[in-house]
Design a binder for this molecule. Structure first.
Ligand code: ZN
Length: 281
């Protein structure tokens, strides 16, 4: 398995024969407004360009995986690119109908598709009313025969649901958002560094941290995060890749694996309507 970190949450995940482009935000720098609403530091997003390696990586993509439809995960440039390439998009029951309405070939990411075992793990994109408004969001546990299993955590704060999935499924690799995003009101909408440390201690997995240094509302720096991981003695199984960097995770895959639970049928509700209105794609 290879994880090529491109920018923010945009990742090329090589799993078996698949080359999944996860959460394509492909805009040029400054194409979107700032996300930081209060407290200063607002800048147009993204604040950095895609790395030079991105065009070669994008050309190899065989399918798209979408965790949720916020514009830092799926923007207008990403939508146009996926449409032009005609790639299938794999997502959850809440996002699939609106992805389909955008003219894309949307499928449910569930056990049996693409030779994968899948569990959709619901997460929370913040606390209280803000978390409700920014939701619903999901992560995916993916197990491919002969490859390490991977949990694409998606955007979340630390929740009992996420910890339960990590302790039950024991993924070999976890990809988690580390920017400690904050709109300037309503608290963090992504893991704080302390929450990331707790997640790392509770998992046996190797962890890859993304969603860093690409958006105006994500204050955590790679250098600061790496320093904390060293201080806490967790640096040996954690990775904080630069944009464009590829990490390779060879087996042996954990065996036997815990069977993922099937995802109950889910449909978009009022929260999703707000999410779509906010998404702007
Ligand atoms: Zn995000």
């Amino acid at each position: 398995m290879k994880i090529q970190h491109l920018r923010n949450a945009t990742t090329l995940l090589s799993l078996g024969e698949h080359r999944f482009l996860v959460d394509p935000m492909l805009s040029l720098p400054g194409a979107m407004p700032g996300f930081k609403m209060f407290g200063g530091g607002r800048r147009r997003n993204p604040i950095v360009p895609l790395p030079a390696a991105a065009s070669e990586a994008l050309a190899t993509a065989t399918a798209v995986i979408l965790t949720h439809e916020h514009p830092d995960h799926f923007d207008r440039a990403g939508l146009a690119w996926v449409k032009e390439r005609g790639l299938p998009v794999y997502t959850n029951g809440i996002d699939a109908p609106s992805v389909r309405r955008k003219g894309l070939d949307a499928h449910l990411l569930e056990t049996g598709v693409l030779g994968l075992e899948v569990e959709t793990v619901r997460s929370r994109h913040g606390r209280g009313l803000l978390g409700w408004m920014l939701g619903p969001v999901a992560g995916y546990y993916l197990a491919h025969p002969g490859e390490p299993s991977v949990y694409l955590l998606g955007d979340s704060i630390l929740t009992e649901n996420v910890l339960e999935a990590v302790e039950r499924l024991q993924p070999d690799v976890i990809l988690a958002p580390a920017g400690a995003a904050n709109l300037g009101i309503g608290g963090n909408i992504l893991f704080s560094v302390d929450e990331l440390l707790e997640l790392t201690r509770r998992a046996r997995a190797r962890l890859v941290f993304n969603h860093l240094e690409a958006l105006d509302h994500c204050p955590t720096t790679r250098a600061g995060l790496r320093a904390r991981l060293v201080e806490e003695g967790l640096a040996d199984r954690t990775f904080v890749p630069e944009d464009g960097e590829t990490l390779t995770f060879d087996g042996p895959a954990q065996s036997p694996r815990e069977k993922p639970r099937s995802t109950p049928a889910e449909r978009p509700g009022a929260q999703k309507w707000i999410t779509s209105a906010f998404a702007g794609t």
